[in-house]
Design a protein around this ligand. Structure first.
Ligand code: AMP
Length: 210
C-alpha cells in the first residue's frame, strides 16, 4: 500500500504519518527527514542543501529522486510525507512506480488555513534523533522527547521562513492537488481537527477501501 500525504507546512503530515505507520505497518518516507540527514554532514553538497532548506526553497528533483529510489526499492508499504512537492515530481513518481509494478493507493490532502499553521509553526518542536514531532503552547521552556533527547526547533520554523515555505507550497505543491483529484483515490480531510480525529478520518478511508 502506498499513501501520499499532501499538506501545507506544519499541517500535521509527520504526526499523521507516524500514526499510520503504527497502525498499518507502513514505512515512513519523509523527504524532509531524509534531507535533514544529508545536512548533518560537513561537505559542500550538504551545506548547499542546508542553505536552501533554511530559506524554505525546494531541493532539485534529481536529488529528491535519488533519495526516494533508494528508500522504496525494498518496500511496498509506504507513506510519503512531503513528496511529491511539484507536478514534475508527481508525474515522474507515477512512471517510477509503474516500472516497479507499484501504484499509489491513497492520496490524502490535509486542508487547513494559513493563520492556524503560523501558530503551529511557533509551537513545533522536533526530536533530532528520532524525528518525532511535538507541539507546545509553552515555547520558552525546554522540552524532551519520549526517547529522552532534548527537543529542538527546526531552523526553518520561523515566521519569516514559514512565509517563503507557504508561498512555495501555493506555487508548486498546491497544483498537484488538481493532478491527483482527477484520479479516483483522492481524499480531502479537515486538518484543523485534533490529531486523533484527523487520524480517525484516515482510518475510515483505508478501512472502507479494504
Ligand atoms: P518538510 O520536512 O517536509 O517540511 O521539508 C523541509 C524542507 O525540505 C522543505 O522546505 C524543502 O526545502 C525540502 N524538501 C522536502 N521535501 C522536498 C521535496 N519533495 N522536493 C523538494 N524539496 C523538498
Amino acid at each position: 500500500m502506498n499513501i501520499i500525504l499532501i499538506a501545507p507546512p506544519a499541517a500535521g503530515k509527520g504526526t499523521q504519518s507516524e500514526l499510520i505507520c503504527k497502525k498499518y505497518n507502513t514505512k515512513h518516507i519523509s523527504t524532509g527527514d531524509l534531507l535533514r540527514e544529508v545536512t548533518k554532514k560537513d561537505d559542500a553538497f550538504s551545506k548547499e542543501i542546508r542553505q536552501l532548506m533554511e530559506k524554505g526553497l525546494l531541493i532539485s528533483d534529481d536529488i529528491i529522486f535519488k533519495l526516494i529510489k533508494d528508500t522504496i526499492k525494498d518496500s511496498k508499504n509506504n507513506i510519503f510525507d512531503g513528496f511529491p512537492r511539484n507536478i514534475e515530481q508527481a508525474i515522474k513518481f507515477d512512471e517510477i512506480l509503474k516500472e516497479i509494478n507499484q501504484k499509489i493507493d491513497y492520496v490524502i490532502y490535509l486542508r487547513i488555513d494559513k493563520d492556524i499553521l503560523q501558530k503551529r509553526i511557533m509551537g513545533r518542536f522536533v526530536c533530532p534523533t528520532c524525528n518525532k514531532v511535538y507541539n507546545f503552547d509553552d515555547i520558552d521552556n525546554e522540552h524532551y522527547c519520549e526517547c529522552g533527547e532534548k527537543l529542538i526547533k527546526r531552523k526553518d520554523d520561523t515566521i519569516e521562513v514559514f512565509e517563503n515555505r507557504y508561498q512555495v507550497y501555493i506555487e508548486n505543491t498546491k497544483p498537484i492537488i488538481d493532478y491527483y483529484k482527477k484520479q479516483n483515490n483522492f481524499y480531502e480531510l479537515d486538518a484543523t481537527l485534533s490529531k486523533e480525529d484527523v487520524f480517525k478520518q484516515i482510518e475510515e478511508i483505508i478501512n472502507d477501501n479494504n
